[in-house]
Design a protein. Structure first.
Length: 248
């Protein structure tokens, strides 16, 4: 038997012994847990990228985020986890609204922006958490075009509202966005909001109620965190599935 063959046999023998002796590989950390761990990085870019990654997670990540938040002692990590948790929770629990296409932002149209070749721009003054835009848009973004077409000089708030009404609810659009000194193409889904202004107001009030319920839930988890690992079954409130409304 040559020395190469002997080395291979020894390697296979050792691998077999490891299996017998119970030496198993260390289980991999879940992607969600890995992102949460990166929130504690000393580098701002890493923390920011981790929060962005968590915002793009599916709603199934919510229990892991909630549990991490209940045990968090770092104020910045807790703040980022609250933003992520609220986004995922509202997405899961907000009822369907109606047929009006709604981007999910508060905005102000800047009808003349000289530094952008005499274009109009939509200044994002607030992003509504829990809607698809909450995953990808940021306060301070400047939207200068939709689906490859730029806003012309002199656009008004009413013009932008009329433009958005052309799209179908639940359709996806591509926004051309200036964020700081970076140009971005951002895809976002328009939600279906109530067409009637009165019903839209009621829908927004329901969203506010859900936000309050989520923060009550977080307080409850914090009280439980010292005794054992909390889960959603500990909730003192009712978590409604999408489309269902609370009983009056």
């Amino acid at each position: 038997m040559g020395w190469q063959t002997l080395a291979i046999c020894m390697a296979l023998s050792l691998a077999g012994c490891s299996a017998v002796w119970g030496h198993t590989p260390t289980p991999a950390i879940s992607p969600v847990s890995s992102d949460i761990k990166r929130l504690g990085s000393s580098r701002w870019k890493v923390r920011h990228a981790a929060e962005k990654a968590l915002l793009l997670r599916a709603a199934v990540a919510l229990p892991v985020v909630n549990a991490a938040l209940a045990h968090s002692v770092n104020p910045e990590v807790a703040l980022r986890l609250r933003r992520v948790g609220l986004q995922l929770y509202l997405e899961q629990n907000l009822p369907e609204g109606g047929r009006r296409p709604f981007l999910g932002i508060r905005f102000l149209v800047l009808s003349h922006v000289p530094e952008m070749h005499r274009l109009s721009a939509v200044y994002v003054s607030r992003v509504l958490t829990g809607l698809p835009a909450g995953r990808v848009l940021r306060q301070g973004d400047l939207i200068v075009g939709i689906n490859g077409r730029y806003f012309g000089l002199g656009m008004t708030n009413e013009d932008f509202v009329r433009l958005m009404s052309v799209f179908q609810a639940e359709s996806r659009i591509e926004l051309r966005v200036l964020r700081g000194d970076r140009w971005l193409n951002i895809h976002v889904r328009l939600i279906a909001a109530p067409a009637d202004d009165l019903r839209l107001a009621a829908w927004m009030n329901h969203r506010s109620w859900l936000i309050g319920q989520y923060f009550k839930y977080l307080q409850h988890l914090k009280r439980l965190s010292g005794r054992r690992r909390p889960d959603d079954s500990d909730s003192p409130i009712v978590f409604f599935s999408r489309g269902k409304k609370p009983k009056s």
